[in-house]
Design a protein around this ligand. Sequence first.
Ligand code: SF4
Length: 370
Amino acid sequence: MTDALTLFDDLEPAETPVDSRLLQVRTVYAEPAAAASPRGRQVLARFPDAELVEVPSHWQIPDLHGNEGNVERWVRVKTETLVLGVKKSVTVRPNGRSADFIAPSTANGCAMACAYCYVPRRKGYANPITVFTNIDQITRAVRRHVDRQGVKPEPNECDPFDWVYDLGENSDCSVDALVSDNIADLVATFRTLPTAKASFATKFVNRQLLDLDPQGRTRVRFSLMPDADAKLLDVRTSRIDERIAAIDDFVEAGYEVHLNFSPVVLREGWEADWTTLLRQLDDELSDATKAQAATEIIMLTHNEQLHEVNLGWHPQAEELLWRPEVQQPKVSQNGMLNVRYRNDVKRAGVDRLQQLIARHAPWLRVRYAF
Ligand code: SF4
């Protein structure tokens, strides 16, 4: 005889199938333990038509590799594929610029395809979303870490009062929130932590986040750049106008909303287009939004390997991104050859953008620039 409890245990919570142009998922590759977990079952319930393919490790999926030169194939992989895995290393790392700490990732990979994206592309260049299903372990690790810090002793450029924990280092949390409740669980965790605040940057407007009641303990950083740049570089993201139109709603819903001017791309005409963007923000944002606003300025960093790949599918983007006459090389910690604007070019660009902000959006505090 089946007892009632077993029957109840087997019931999936009601999930609404995901309806998004970004995610028409046909295949979910999953580690068996991840697929069997409550979070894994939630993801599978949100994509009821997808085929489940078991894999020994979320890193070993040969079908996802070999797409370097074929953007249509990348976009198809990003749209039609998800991966479920268990995150092995659940550690909080120090940061120091945008945030005090980096929380353990609850996902890696992204359904969008920004031409400059540095998110590791180890699952083939397509790099679809991998959801980590051990969310309870991750939120426990964050809580323990926050408890150990005590009260923040003094203000810094991350925040005057709270320890700031960056979420979504390797993904876009707004899209991740379509796929599972991992982001909802993190927002709920930080709601109860009086000394800490979550923070994530995003290029996608997911209005489901408005229902999460963050109570000021989550900072959303909407990434902005002139629309002319975004049309070329921010492939598959929400348009700039849509992001700006969402900002007041997120403030009203209880988020702290900051901006990310990232990446700032120096090109002919950049000052005029940034002026237009700053004036639009000044015209359209509410007083309540302006009173709590701040921004980061992050000048473009690019990468030689990515440049080579992009030449194969998006050469116009490279006309903006790859400009050796004003860039200098820098070998990164993992041995990649990065390029960034020459020190003098970068300094002049940062100074000029700060002048434009002071003139056209004087309410916008620059939290840091680099
Ligand atoms: S939205 Fe962020 S994570 Fe996604 S492709 Fe763009 S830069 Fe990368």
